[in-house]
Design a protein around this ligand. Structure first.
Ligand code: AMP
Length: 334
């Protein structure tokens, strides 16, 4: 298969390294997403990232990891073909519904109720995908709502493996310049070069909080601002609370602040939800749970149960209701 086998429909997103287009396989009608990789502007940037993504995804086959079917080149641009997902947790580009296609979104659309069942459903999918990646020695390193996609049947898929890496060889040094800042853990902000799966667990904590409040937890404007936002919620770390934090390459001393109790910041969350959130947002990476541990957390056993995949796809209103301009009930209006 190659370029001529696909009919392009519309551009649905843009990532760091290229534009993503919804397309159809001409022979079968199956929908796919094609990521066309931009020509590298700098030193090998796009090439390396693409190669990494292609190689890693060829190895990782899992219900909660985006499936990549092929890579082809056309007019000297490289394209990667993925299973099509109807939306990501951050924004929407739905092909699910009748015209005019309503823009569906999960996090930013405050009119779509996001109850605990659905939060559990999204998190379970993401943790399962992540546990699989970590079991296969792959760190994602760029988890954020825009990289958690949902396919038409409501399965969460980890996507965008452009920054992912194999880990595991002891002593191996990594770059700290990974993970979009708002979701970046404090050890990377302090310049850690030796790190592991815990970096992804911090990002999951930020995503969990964002699913509950519908707003980014730590929207830092710079690396320093990022750290001060983190510490103003979690408290300033010391060498007692986080052994050897002061030895990290870019460590700087921050004004001492005490942690804010999580129930103050998240008054609607259950104690179990806050225990999991608190564990994920441990400043010391050693204290964060693994993805497997998070999956076994009491939060997921308690009522209400996680929503089924079918319930995870937000449904649009029927066209008649739209034409009459009826308003949906706003769950936040009290
Ligand atoms: P990425 O470069 O992988 O982060 O992709 C950029 C954006 O394109 C994402 O945030 C999604 O909105 C969209 N996108 C990526 N992959 C897919 C896919 N398989 N199906 C549908 N949309 C996608």
């Amino acid at each position: 298969m190659g370029h001529a086998d696909y009919e392009k429909i519309e551009v649905v997103g843009e990532g760091t390294f290229g534009v993503v287009t919804r397309a159809r396989v001409i022979k079968t009608g199956q929908e796919v997403a094609i990521k066309k990789i931009r020509k590298p502007s700098g030193k090998n940037g796009a090439d390396l990232s693409t190669l990494r993504e292609t190689m890693l995804l060829a190895e990782l086959r899992h219900q909660h990891v985006i499936e990549s079917s092929e890579a082809y080149s056309h007019n000297s641009a490289l394209s990667l073909v993925f299973e099509f997902c109807v939306l990501d947790l951050e924004k929407a580009h739905s092909s699910l519904t009748f015209p005019p296609r309503p823009m569906l979104q999960i996090l930013r659309d405050k009119t779509t109720p996001l109850d605990t069942s659905r939060i559990k459903g999204y998190l379970l999918g993401a943790f399962r995908g992540l546990a699989f990646c970590h079991a296969n020695w792959v760190l994602h390193r760029d988890l954020k709502p825009g990289n958690l996609l949902l396919n038409a049947s409501g399965h969460v898929k980890l996507a965008d493996f452009g920054l992912a890496r194999f880990y595991g060889s002891p002593g191996r040094k990594f770059t700290g310049q990974v993970v979009t800042r708002w979701y970046r853990p404090p050890e990377l902000l302090f310049g850690a070069k030796h790190y592991g799966p815990a970096v992804d667990l911090w990002s999951m904590g930020c995503i969990f909080a964002e699913l509950m409040t519908r707003a980014p937890l730590f929207p830092g404007g710079s690396d320093i601002d990022q750290l001060s936002r983190v510490f103003s919620l979690r408290g300033t770390p010391t060498d007692e609370s986080w052994p050897a934090v002061s030895k990290l390459p870019d460590y700087i001393q921050f004004k001492e602040v005490a942690p804010v109790p999580l129930p103050t910041r998240f008054p609607a969350a259950s104690p179990a939800a806050l225990r999991l959130l608190g564990d994920l947002l441990s400043l010391d990476p050693e204290q964060r749970p693994s993805a497997d541990k998070a999956l076994a957390h009491a939060f997921f056993d308690q009522a209400p149960p996680a929503a089924s995949p079918a319930e995870l796809v937000p449904r649009a209103r029927p066209p008649a209701a739209q034409q009459r301009g009826e308003k949906r009930p706003n769950p936040d209006a009290r």
